[in-house]
Ligand binder design. Structure first.
Ligand SMILES: CC(C)(COP(=O)(O)OP(=O)(O)OC[C@H]1O[C@@H](n2cnc3c(N)ncnc32)[C@H](O)[C@@H]1OP(=O)(O)O)[C@@H](O)C(=O)NCCC(=O)NCCS
Length: 147
């Protein structure tokens, strides 16, 4: 059974494994605590049969905009609508918090994520040069909730 639930600091080792597997990155544990402290409602875990297999981490920018910082699902668990479930739970949290717009950045080379976000109703509205540490550019995408 798949459920989404709020992130808890005890999830950090699992989140770090998912980030390593999915994004190839190793961020310090304190980063996740900082993100969680900024907006606890926007940090959600996807748990399958008791095992954390994905998460979304977001913060608010002002009172009406949420920004997704990370979204990842373990490679072994993809294409089973976990990413969609995480995002749709996030939209619900946004609405409850008075947030009406979700924004994010995605690597221009990440065509899979672009396809995913477009399917979720996101539109490209700009770009950021040299956004990533390897110098890669990002597309900026947004979705107005309820449209
Ligand atoms: C992007 C990501 C979170 C999607 O998670 P997921 O659980 O596999 O996605 P879902 O099963 O919810 O996909 C929903 C729809 O999105 C699209 N989609 C998802 N992954 C896709 C892919 N690899 N290729 C093409 N379309 C894809 C499809 O339309 C899919 O519906 P369908 O299976 O009926 O065709 C996952 O691929 C991931 O963790 N990628 C690595 C990390 C990453 O790139 N994160 C985003 C950074 S901004």
């Amino acid at each position: 059974m798949i459920v989404t639930r709020p992130f808890s600091p005890t999830d950090i080792p699992n989140v770090m494994s998912i980030v390593k597997d999915s994004l190839g990155e190793s961020y310090p544990p304190s980063l996740y605590l900082t993100i969680h402290n900024l907006w606890p409602e926007g940090f959600l875990m996807a748990v399958e049969d008791g095992r954390p297999v994905g998460f979304v981490a977001s913060v608010t920018i002002g009172s009406k905009i949420a920004r997704v910082l990370m979204l990842a699902v373990l490679r072994t668990n993809r294409r089973r609508y976990l990413g969609r479930t995480l995002m749709r739970t996030l939209y619900e949290k946004c609405t409850l918090s008075g947030v009406d717009t979700v924004v994010l950045e995605v690597r221009k080379s990440n065509t899979e994520a672009m396809t995913f976000y477009k399917r979720e109703g996101f539109e490209t509205f700009g770009e950021v040069k040299n956004f990533y540490s390897n110098g890669e550019d990002a597309w900026k995408m947004m979705k107005v909730l309820g449209t």
